[in-house]
Design a protein. Structure first.
Length: 410
């Protein structure tokens, strides 16, 4: 177990005052953006909401707050999942140790060749032979049959979606090599989502919900909901499940491609590489769960489930790394924890506040992009990951801190 040092903690969780449904917070109210607090009050005012749980990485989102877990009776808000449906993280440990690391610039180039980043995509869908070689999940042909049930507005996107399967995207998505604080073992970590198809599916449903009569008087129309046992709810849940699987399959393919790149890098240097301890979890999704003895629709937007008590990955910035944690299945948080450190400033603000020289200084010793194109991802734009972990000490147990040594971003 990793010990988290730091100042004495405030008493958490706390209750946000002035809300219709109870809102419990795992960070001090004074450390939360006023706009995010207003957003949480709007969410809690919806008549279908049973309760809201706020993780310590929370920040303002569109409609629903990033870092929120919402339990509803008989309804679901697409904005409470967000536009990157199925976004999540994965990790795998290697048998390399820090002393084995060499020529990381060449390895970063190899990873960038293997996995398209940013707006790029594979020139053609990843071949079946490659999928077999890297051990990708079977049943891909049957999975693609489900595309025909997605909204009509996205039907011309299938070719693009197939080419983007197994690609990273941009923003805060990444592939990293990290060093374990306990034993200096090297880990591969990955953060990715459902690419453009997830965004477009989400936007179709958010727009459809906004037009429903029962949503016209909401304090924020972006929080529009579908009601249970209606065609809109059925279609949204079906499409979310398909898109979650798309994101999960995409991560699995990329982990396979990352393993191949790492193995080839060290094979050329006369060393075979072994892999173990896989970790995989998504943090933008919907599920049916028992909350306070009642089955409810639970949405997590920037939050992970700890219900199974297994290992999870909570990433910070590329200058800080990530934590491997074990979930404690605390029912008070609806068995949830944070999905990362969370942003402390917007991308626009970060670009105004920092320079390329700041980025170089804050990523010293890390093999990564250091150009103006990723200044919005500068470590200082994120909250303190160690503090985020301390605030949720009753939600997860830290197992190891993984220090970033190589980072690939779009």
């Amino acid at each position: 177990m990793t010990t988290l040092a730091g100042a004495a903690l405030p008493t958490l969780p706390s209750t946000l005052p002035g809300t219709a449904a109870p809102v419990r917070m795992w960070l001090p109210e004074q450390e939360t953006e006023p706009a995010a607090l207003d957003q949480l009050r709007n969410i809690a005012s919806l008549p279908w909401v049973h309760g809201v749980r706020v993780m310590p990485d929370c920040h303002l989102g569109k409609g629903a707050t990033v870092g929120s877990v919402i339990a509803m009776r008989g309804a679901v808000s697409p904005a409470a999942v967000g536009v990157d449906i199925g976004c999540g993280v994965a990790a795998v440990r290697t048998d390399l140790v820090e002393e084995n690391l060499e020529d990381l610039g060449a390895l970063r180039s190899a990873i960038e060749q293997a996995i398209p980043v940013g707006f790029h995509e594979h020139s053609a869908p990843v071949p079946a032979g490659t999928l077999t070689r890297i051990g990708a999940r079977a049943g891909l042909d049957r999975f693609w049959e489900g595309f025909a049930a997605l909204p009509e507005k996205v039907q011309d996107r299938e070719g693009k979606a197939r080419r983007q399967l197994g690609t990273m995207g941009g923003g805060n998505h990444f592939a990293e090599l990290c060093v374990d604080s306990r034993d200096r073992r090297v880990w591969i970590t990955l953060h990715s989502g459902s690419r453009n198809i997830g965004k477009e599916v989400a936007e179709v449903h958010i727009a459809a919900a906004r037009g429903l009569e029962h949503n016209q008087a909401l304090p924020d129309r972006d929080l529009a909901v579908f009601l249970a046992d209606t065609p809109g709810m059925d279609a949204y849940v079906r499409d979310v499940h398909w898109t979650q699987e798309y994101a999960s399959r995409s991560r699995a393919i990329m982990i396979g491609l990352l393993r191949e790149a790492v193995a080839a890098h060290w094979s050329a240097r006369g060393r075979e590489v072994g892999f173990d301890m896989p970790v995989n979890c998504h943090h933008n999704y919907v599920s049916i769960e028992e909350i306070d003895g009642e089955d409810m629709v639970v949405t997590r937007k920037g939050a992970i489930s700890t219900r199974e008590g297994g290992l999870a990955l909570i990433p910070g910035s590329m200058g800080v790394g990530s934590y491997i944690v074990r979930g404690l299945a605390n029912p008070e948080s609806f068995c949830s924890a944070s999905h990362g450190a969370g942003r402390r400033m917007s991308r626009t603000a970060a670009k105004k506040a920092y320079t390329r020289a700041d980025l170089v200084a804050q990523t010293e010793g890390i093999e990564c992009r250091k150009d103006r194109g990723v200044i919005d991802e500068i470590p200082a734009a994120y909250k303190d990951l160690h503090a985020v972990l301390r605030y949720q000490s009753d939600l997860v147990e830290p197992v190891a801190h993984l220090r970033t040594v190589l980072c690939v971003k779009g």
